[in-house]
Design a protein around this ligand. Structure first.
Ligand SMILES: NC(=O)c1ccc[n+]([C@@H]2O[C@H](COP(=O)([O-])OP(=O)(O)OC[C@H]3O[C@@H](n4cnc5c(N)ncnc54)[C@H](OP(=O)(O)O)[C@@H]3O)[C@@H](O)[C@H]2O)c1
Length: 288
């Protein structure tokens, strides 16, 4: 099988735009790679990790992006990085547990950018990290509110704007944890993440007739502050353990997960809906 080289890629692009002789090659390449050109996207959990990387990837693909999380300074930094690279973004800080927040976030997208096409609902916490018998109801509720109820609220307010546009892509970050693997101490987290999978399946059938897709993205261990391999007290043996649970024997970079989110956001996945897409480096099929 011939290698897929940059030269062959350029050849295909030239062919595709053979009739557009007025465009320079740079313009032609840009047209094909701007997978979210003229789209408006919301990215939650954008102050760090996967959301930060996804916001940059979406903006680089041409989207106008509303980025959100609680830490305003980090959002400011992200917006200036995106603008420096020639993209468009605005920040809107808030707490996804706040029931008014999801509506205000969509209003921001409509007010600043004129609508909503893509929502990457990604904010999350690891939870209490306690065995079930030791977990308080308050701890359980905080995790469910942050990781699951916030996704319901987000969808509830994002759907009408997408219906107005006659299309849309809703993406929700779940996890392999709980879906294919049980890990002691993560009952609240697993329940919240698996709950998302049920929500996504129902959204997909509710919204299919409106040309709105809904998908769950299930990362494996990803090299972000949330991962316990990156906890200050974690030694090299913890890193080694986390790397070892993946077939690829390493964690994902946030960019690798962001590229999968970009796939689900763009028309490249135009016939993908209701799916639980593992991006887990083979963690779910690795037993040794
Ligand atoms: N890292 C992994 O190994 C892994 C594996 C599977 C799935 N995931 C999932 O991937 C998603 C992103 O996590 P990450 O790994 O990128 O972790 P991260 O770097 O810790 O990012 C988490 C993001 O969520 C935001 N957030 C948390 N609570 C929030 C709240 N109440 N209101 C608003 N924003 C809130 C944080 O922003 P602020 O603190 O500024 O509010 C931050 O931007 C999460 O849903 C996580 O469960 C991660």
């Amino acid at each position: 099988m011939p290698a897929f080289t940059a030269a062959s890629e350029t050849g295909e692009i030239r062919q595709q735009f053979a009739d557009k002789q007025s465009l320079t090659l740079d313009e032609q390449v840009r047209t094909v790679t701007m997978k979210l050109k003229n789209k408006v996207a919301i990215v939650t959990g954008a102050s760090s990790g996967i959301g930060y990387a996804a916001a940059k990837a979406f903006a680089a693909a041409g989207a106008k992006v509303v980025v959100t999380a609680r830490r305003q300074t980090l959002l400011d930094h992200l917006v200036s990085e995106i603008e420096h690279a020639g993209g468009r973004a605005v920040s809107f800080a808030g707490d996804v547990k706040d029931v008014q927040f999801a509506e205000a976030l969509v209003e921001k997208a409509v007010k600043d950018f004129g609508g909503l096409d893509v929502a990457f609902n990604n904010a999350g916490i690891i939870g209490a990290a306690k065995n079930t018998a030791d977990m308080s109801l308050e701890e359980w509720k905080t995790t469910i509110d942050t990781n699951l109820t916030s996704y319901f609220l987000a969808a509830k307010h994002q759907i009408p704007e997408m219906q107005k546009k006659g299309q849309g892509s809703l993406i929700f970050t779940s996890s392999f944890l709980g879906h294919t693997v049980g890990v002691p101490g993560y009952g609240d987290y697993a329940a919240s993440k698996v709950g998302i999978l049920g929500l996504v399946k129902v959204l997909a059938v509710e919204l299919g007739p409106d040309n709105i897709r809904a998908n769950a993205l299930l990362p494996g261990g990803t090299d972000t502050p949330m991962n316990f391999a990156n906890a200050p007290e974690a030694g090299p043996e913890v890193q080694e353990f986390v790397n070892g649970i993946h077939a690829l024997k390493r964690m994902a970079s946030p960019d690798e997960v962001a590229r999968a989110a970009l796939f689900l956001a763009s028309d490249d996945s135009s016939f993908v809906t209701g799916t639980s897409m593992l991006v887990d480096g083979g963690a779910s099929i690795t037993k040794a």
